[in-house]
Design a protein around this ligand. Structure first.
Ligand code: FES
Ligand SMILES: [Fe+2]
Length: 382
């Protein structure tokens, strides 16, 4: 159904390449390969550590059919576990909460926050039953500068191998002193790749964002960094003295005092493969998780953050909504474009297209996906 020729056309250098075949965006079979080769192998960003404020803070997740929970234990360590009771499998935590023990709602097996089984009522006469054999199943969890990642592959390489030299670009943001202040969630009828691609190209700005940011960003010079072999892409733009994070010019927060180098001079937008995007501006930080729920649905989680020196300002509560307003307006414009695009892509008459220069990172993303889904189809040197 998806021919090798059509995939090899994506492999050419971008000026000669064709875009991914449309069926890669809606085929359940292709999506199943992505789940197997990408989502169950890569480190996935799930949030920031300050979203678990105190010991016992617990959040439940379900990604790619896998329910899991992340809890902060008594020693302050974040831990991830399968959200399945070791007795007869019941889901343990249905919603975000704070607890001192994890108690199964079915027969009351009780687990400590480190996952060990503490009480198993009614098992006194069960032969050779040792509670220490029935702790919660741990998942790999690592934190990078407050960003929390999980990995469903118990044998995966450490997160550092996936992020490579990303620190060189992002260390100035002092994430340890950045505060998560809120967020929004949207469900969008599109494929996750279309969403990720949209986040990393600026050809659509003049059309999709003509009511919002188009004029403000039209003349910006951009530099791109392809992080390979690490799993990230980065777009850097010059600030020319103003924040990119607002619709209005002026009136925002001052540049965060600790920023240096490129972080002080402009914005940096980073795709953390497979589907998280981090927007770092001189006065604010946000990130998006573009979570696939099947081939045709994306749950978009947007999270807003500011440096603690900004949050401490007397005018924070007054001015922060300007930033949320800009973000929501732009996201809603993108969401509408995503649904239009998907309606057309999800047609038997859709055909591969071509890339423009401002879509070089779309070409990079599509090749990254092919690298993982069809590793045997040769990659062009460019
Ligand atoms: S399934 Fe959890 S205690 Fe029985
Ligand atoms: Fe956009």
């Amino acid at each position: 159904m998806i021919s090798a020729e059509s995939i090899l056309d994506v492999r050419r250098p971008w000026p000669e390449a064709a875009t991914l075949p449309p069926s890669c965006y809606h085929s359940p079979e292709f999506h199943a390969l992505e789940v197997e080769h990408i989502f169950k192998k890569k480190w996935i960003l799930v949030g920031r550590s300050d979203e678990w404020k105190e010991a016992g803070a617990c959040r439940s997740f379900r990604l790619f059919g896998i329910p899991f929970l992340i809890v902060r234990d008594e020693s302050g360590t974040l831990r991830a576990f399968a959200n399945s009771c070791r007795h007869r499998g019941a889901e343990l935590i249905a919603r975000d909460c704070t607890l001192s023990r994890i108690v199964c709602p079915y027969h009351s097996w009780a687990y400590q926050l480190d996952g060990s089984l503490r009480a198993a009522p009614g098992m006194e006469h069960t032969a050779a039953f040792d509670r220490s054999d029935f702790g919660l199943l741990p998942l790999r969890l690592e934190t990078w500068h407050t960003f929390v990642f999980v990995n469903f592959d118990p044998h995966c390489a450490p997160l550092a191998a996936q992020l490579g030299n990303l620190d060189e670009h992002l260390a100035p943001y002092d994430f340890e002193n950045v505060v998560t202040v809120g967020g929004d969630e949207y469900v969008v009828k599109t494929n996750w790749k279309a969403f990720v691609e949209n986040s990393m190209e600026w050809l659509h700005h003049m059309t999709v964002h003509k009511q919002s940011i188009a004029r403000k960003v039209a003349t910006i010079e951009r530099q791109v960094v392809i992080g390979a072999p690490a799993d990230y892409l980065l777009v850097r733009s010059q600030a020319r003295g103003e924040s990119r994070a607002m619709l209005e010019s002026g009136g925002g927060f001052p540049v965060v005092s600790v920023l240096t180098g490129a972080a002080r001079e402009g914005s940096q937008y980073v795709l953390l493969y497979p589907y998280a995007m981090l927007g770092c501006d001189v006065d604010s930080i946000w990130f998006k998780q573009m979570i696939p729920e099947g081939p045709d649905t994306v749950r978009l989680k947007a999270t807003y953050c500011f440096h603690k020196e900004t949050v401490a300002r007397a005018d924070f509560a007054e001015k922060a909504p300007m930033y949320y307003r800009r973000f929501r307006k732009v996201v809603q414009e993108d969401n509408a474009a995503m649904e239009l695009q998907f309606a057309g892509l999800n047609s038997p008459l859709a055909r591969p297209g071509r890339y423009a220069e401002r879509e070089i990172l779309v070409h990079a993303i599509d090749n990254w996906v092919v690298d993982h889904v069809y590793p045997d189809l040769a990659r062009s040197p460019a």
